[in-house]
Design a protein around this ligand. Sequence first.
Ligand code: HEC
Length: 162
Amino acid sequence: MRWGRLLWINCLSVAGVLMFAPRLSTSLARLASLPGSNPPVRGDMLASPDVAALLRRACYDCHSNETRWPWYSRVAPLSWLIAHDVERGRQELNFSEWPAYLPVTRKRKWQWIERVLHEQAMPPELYRLVHPDARLTEQDITLLEHWLQGQLGAGQISQHEE
Ligand code: HEC
């Protein structure tokens, strides 16, 4: 009886591994090929030079197709973590895809940016630790907040095609 159950559990776990292994290895392979690769830049969000420079400095590594991949982003398992962040970051907000976003989407992304600034959630803590230059000072945050209020208030739709 006990052996029967054990055998059953074994079968189930083997089946589980067989079911998920291909998916796991393809997602690892995908993540492994990401470091160093940047999809084409189709455009950018138009902002004043100081705001644009700030976003580039603090956000573009994960939220654009212009990621500066450091050498350690090619060393596993760190490479997977970094690639995963970039992949997720680009999915949520990609300044290089900005012209393709609908006006409502842009508005939503601006509101999101407002929220993460307010919560000081971005850039992520670990990234800030490794990239001290990406930390936002109070002045930076004020500048970004003013810019966001302008975008949201006036309902302006800035875009810039390459
Ligand atoms: C190290 C990579 C990295 C950097 C740098 C970074 N982000 Fe993110 N960001 C992410 C990841 C990963 C997510 C999605 C997962 C999450 O929500 O934590 C995300 C999500 C977001 C979202 C979506 C909101 C949400 O709650 O999911 C916004 C908005 C955002 N980031 C704004 C910014 C801004 C603005 C900066 C620069 C000041 C920035 N990020 C810098 C990795 C990064």
